[in-house]
Design a protein around this ligand. Structure first.
Ligand code: B1M
Length: 232
């Protein structure tokens, strides 16, 4: 039997919990939205809590995707497909998680800076953060400092993430960080920056807490800073 036929014929209901969870890791990896939605519903119907489905079936699967993306085994299109499949599961779980009051790992606001409309990388970071259990408020593209400030005031996140893809727009990150300093709120947030033309030196120069080379690093860095913050 071909792999395709096997996939077509595979009845997710016939798998036990452990097998189904593992199958969902594979399905996430392969960006199979419908299967992820179906698997999520089956596990819930078997009495799994929403946070167990999130952590054991989805986040664990997305972690594998993140590692292979970092290591150059998966590329942007595959990661976007995996992230979309993850979203299919998340959209079922999100209202249930809100009901049960399960604590997210942390909260993050992210946006592409003023003058810049590139959003593929930023979306990837937002999705990967969501996949890692963060609550993410995505401000979209072309964000002026006022938009960041309003979102920080409204959502009180742990993390502020900024993305820039142009050498002409990346200096705007300093405008945002300097404004936070002027308002005396810089240290209330973990500020992470990223985008193709940036590097670590630039991140230091503008006063960010860290530069993130890619979405997988953004997840690792966010988790590391949150753990340090909680420990303090
Ligand atoms: Co534009 N563009 N573009 N473009 N574009 C670049 C960036 C460019 C390098 C192409 C080139 O000339 N070789 C060049 C910039 C040159 C420079 O500044 N030195 C460029 C230019 C010049 C322009 C325009 C000015 C072109 C024009 O109109 N004359 C114009 C600018 C518009 C504007 O923003 N005001 C423009 C427009 C566009 C499109 C609209 C056509 C399109 C964007 C579509 C979209 O985003 N919805 C586009 C695209 C697609 C690109 C390239 C080809 C690809 C960018 C991309 O999506 N990469 C790009 C060339 C390139 O980078 N190879 C280019 C894939 C993405 C997954 O990677 O965004 O780097 P990346 O994100 C990574 C990491 O950087 C990191 O994680 C991500 C995932 O691993 N990361 C973060 C990103 N943000 C993060 C935030 C974080 C953490 C990590 O926060 C914590």
């Amino acid at each position: 039997m071909s792999d395709d036929q096997y996939e077509e014929d595979l009845d997710l209901n016939s798998l036990n919990d452990e097998e189904l969870s593992e199958q969902m890791h594979d399905d996430l990896y392969d960006g199979m939205e419908e299967e992820i939605a179906e698997g999520t519903n089956i596990l819930l119907s078997r009495g799994w809590s929403p946070s167990r489905v999130l952590n054991d079936a989805l986040v664990a699967g997305m972690t594998i995707v993140g590692v292979d993306f970092r290591d150059g085994i998966l590329f942007v299109p595959e990661v976007l497909m995996a992230a979309n499949a993850m979203k299919a599961g998340m959209s079922i779980l999100r209202p249930l998680l809100a009901e049960t009051g399960a604590e997210p790992v942390g909260k993050a606001v992210i946006g592409t800076v003023k003058g810049d409309i590139h959003d593929i990388g930023k979306n990837l970071v937002a999705m990967m953060w969501e996949g890692a259990g963060f609550e993410v408020i995505d401000l979209g593209i072309n964000c002026p400092v006022e938009k960041y400030l309003e979102a920080l005031e409204e959502h009180k996140p742990d993390i502020l993430g900024m993305s820039a893809l142009l050498t002409t727009t990346m200096p705007y990150m300093k405008v945002v960080i300097d404004t936070l300093k002027e308002q005396g709120i810089r240290d209330d947030f973990i500020v992470l920056v990223g985008g193709a033309p940036l590097n670590e030196e630039f991140g230091d120069a503008v006063g960010a807490d860290a530069y993130c080379r890619d979405a997988a690093v953004a997840v690792e860095t966010a988790k590391k800073f949150i753990a340090e913050k909680r420990a303090a």
